[in-house]
Design a protein around this ligand. Structure first.
Ligand SMILES: Nc1ncnc2c1ncn2[C@@H]1O[C@H](COP(=O)(O)OP(=O)(O)OP(=O)(O)O)[C@@H](O)[C@H]1O
Ligand SMILES: [Mg+2]
Length: 264
């Protein structure tokens, strides 16, 4: 199972759009995906048009807001074929307080242990991270091996990248397996010189990690209003084509990395 955090400290760069569309496309390609919403804004469920009764808070603490016991499987909500979600929401504020009360080792092991199914039935565990940097972000980076970092092709986002990398380096000291696997340029406006220049700069900086950019596409911003992914809303939109390229890259990389041990 691959564990990927879609993360970037700056807000509004396309993290949720990426996490939701990628997760759905992976699921449509036959991969079994659990998408975890780590944001109090609770956008993942809205983007997918579902209303789960419980989410990440109940999954981790084992109880609901009334203090009643909850089974883990009650919190995992089927959103599409092959795609399950753990919803975010305002009670993640309380989860962060609760995490703060746990001893550090237990806290860091919590997400990594509890989210891995014992029967090995998942192919991808994807976290949609909140903007900013808090105790939950740190815990997610303790639970994953790969980071997919969406970067909006606008000057302030590049600045945000520097700050975010200093966070990643500090997280790598605690989780040696953590690596920045993908840098995904988003909101690529093909008409502006600024977008093209920033894309070129990113390509130079991240020769291995750079992904095919996601173009600015108004259909991507319209799809969530109806609770649909871009593949359900408008398959022919440039947003669908661009996100499908990202899906193919992730699947192809997975095949490659599985092949490596056979060589040795
Ligand atoms: N490629 C795109 N083209 C046009 N609009 C986009 C694109 N990607 C995202 N958007 C829109 O930009 C806004 C921000 O996107 P999104 O919510 O995915 O960002 P985010 O990084 O998750 O934000 P936050 O940090 O607040 O969680 C949304 O309205 C979304 O529909
Ligand atoms: Mg978001």
């Amino acid at each position: 199972m691959r564990k990927i955090a879609v993360a970037m400290a700056k807000g509004g760069v396309g993290k949720t759009t990426t996490a939701v569309n990628l997760a759905h496309d992976l699921a449509m390609q036959g991969q079994r995906v659990l998408l975890v919403d780590c944001d109090t804004q609770d956008q993942v469920a809205k983007f997918l048009g579902v209303t789960p009764a419980y989410g990440l808070y109940e999954f981790i603490t084992g109880r609901n807001a009334k203090g009643e016991s909850i089974l883990k499987k009650q919190a995992i909500h089927p959103a599409r074929e092959n795609l399950w979600i753990l919803a975010g929401g305002i009670n993640l504020v309380e989860l962060k307080n609760w995490l703060g009360e746990q001893p550090r080792e237990r806290r860091h092991a919590l997400l990594s242990k509890s989210l891995v199914p014992k029967d090995n039935t998942l192919d991808f565990l994807i976290f949609d991270c909140a903007p900013g940097w808090d105790i939950l972000s740190v815990n997610i980076l303790m639970a994953v091996e790969e980071v997919l970092c969406p970067v909006a092709l606008q000057a302030p986002a590049i600045e945000g990248l520097k700050t975010f990398f200093s966070y990643l380096i500090s997280a790598q000291k605690l989780n040696g397996r953590l690596c920045l696997q993908y840098v995904l340029p988003t909101l690529f406006d093909t008409r502006t010189r600024q977008s093209a220049e920033l894309y070129r700069k990113l390509k130079r900086l991240f020769t291995k990690q750079i992904c095919h950019p996601i173009r600015y596409n108004v259909r991507l911003s319209e799809a969530p209003a109806g609770g649909r992914t871009i593949f359900e809303f408008d398959r022919r939109a440039s947003g669908a084509q661009d996100y499908h390229k990202l899906t193919r890259r992730l699947i192809d990389d997975g095949v490659r990395s599985q092949q490596v041990p056979r060589f040795f």
